[in-house]
Design a protein around this ligand. Structure first.
Ligand SMILES: Cc1ncc(COP(=O)(O)O)c(C=O)c1O
Length: 367
């Protein structure tokens, strides 16, 4: 793989030592070109490209589905993950309990609390992770749903979705996954992991910029529960514009309600092409290798690791313990190194477009 050439698709990583993909990814040049092309077209010819834009939307849906081993009918495009998680909370509304992790991202928990569903927070282990048995032990008699980030935003812990999916299936629980910190870094298969719903934003590891989130909902769930909210595009035949009776689709695109978020969808199309060209297995291996190198350099300096150390239990996020995370982040910024302060440490994110020099520059700047 020519990683230097691939790196050149992401100009932002040349302007500084960019270790902040967990906050917002460097945007892929090809993604920006797709979004710009749409604005140019609409400026030049107004709405006359509508059918073409719809075709491009469906193409993006097919590619997004293929990367998850889902079907296009199970994919909807919304503007952000939080919107997607609310849609899923409405879809699965129940009086049962939701099990999640302590330190989970707020948008994974708040939609359930707003709907007055009890939420049980499972304490995490010292390395920020949990074992699947912890989930089983923590569950109550009334647990119905496990809602979890595939990779935790604050510790980098990656849960094993296949193991978790098997447990949920055995216990009869629904599994809802926020893959915002994982999609684009590791392969995900919604079939083998038996996920009911999975959502991710495009502006981090997908490198597609803001304004696009993808929502997977398993076909059987959509058929069983029906759409929780509707608009003209939720109809089986949207262009019939029927307004006096419900004839609703059971495809996930019905969750989009109205006109598609074209610029974000097209940007995702451009970004996914690059992910497909490299391959998610190769991306995972690259991130693992760069992270191993980061851990080596940090160990040399005696910097405390606040994330899981083993491969398989982590993805692109590494938390490093420092005495004053906010001040350290400011100091690193002055040295042109971009990271985020989170909790007790600084969050370092390594994507495939980073390289060993980026890690060396961080190590020197921390020194
Ligand atoms: C796990 C996780 N989910 C969701 C989000 C953001 O969601 P949204 O796209 O709604 O802003 C973040 C942002 O840091 C995140 O880490």
């Amino acid at each position: 793989m020519n990683w230097d050439e691939i790196r050149s698709y992401y100009p932002a990583v040349e302007s500084c030592t960019y270790l902040n993909t967990a906050a917002g990814g460097a945007m892929c040049r090809q993604a920006a070109e797709e979004a710009k092309a749409y604005y140019d077209e609409m400026t030049a010819v107004g709405d006359r490209k509508w059918s073409e834009w719809l075709e491009r939307t469906e193409e993006t849906r097919r590619h997004t589905a293929a990367l998850l081993n889902a079907t296009p009918e199970e994919i909807a495009f919304l503007s952000n993950t939080s919107a997607g998680l609310n849609v899923v909370a409405d879809l699965l509304a129940d009086d049962g309990e939701v099990l999640t992790l302590a330190e989970e991202y707020p948008s994974v928990c708040l939609p359930w609390l707003r709907r007055k569903q009890p939420v049980r927070f499972l304490p995490i282990q010292a390395d920020g992770g949990i074992d699947i048995d912890d989930i089983d032990r923590a569950a109550g008699a009334n647990t119905r749903i496990v809602a979890i980030s595939h990779v935790q935003y604050c510790t980098g812990f990656r849960c094993d979705l296949v193991e978790l999916g098997t447990l949920c299936r055995d216990r009869g629980w629904r599994l809802v996954v926020d893959a915002t910190q994982s999609f684009g870094t590791i392969p995900i298969d919604v079939r083998t992991s038996q996920v009911d719903a999975l959502i991710f934003s495009g502006y981090k590891w997908v490198t597609a910029g803001y304004g696009i989130a993808s929502v997977f909902v398993r076909k059987e769930v959509l058929e069983e529960m029906g759409l929780p909210a509707v608009g003209w595009r939720s109809a089986k035949k949207p262009y019939a514009l029927i307004n006096d009776r419900l004839d609703l689709t059971t495809e996930a695109r019905g969750l989009e309600l109205g006109h598609p978020t074209f610029p974000g969808i097209f940007a995702q199309r451009g970004a996914l092409r690059v992910l497909e060209e490299i391959g998610l297995e190769r991306i995972e291996a690259r991130i693992d290798e760069l992270t191993d190198y980061l851990l080596e350099r940090m160990d040399e300096r005696g910097i405390t690791l606040l994330s899981p150390r083993q491969r398989g239990r982590r993805a692109g996020i590494t938390m490093l313990g420092v005495p004053d995370p906010v001040e350290t982040t400011r100091g690193l910024k002055k040295k042109n190194v971009s990271v985020s302060a989170r909790g007790r440490g600084i969050r370092v994110a390594l994507h495939f477009y980073n390289n060993h020099d980026d890690v060396d520059r961080l190590a020197e700047a921390l020194q």
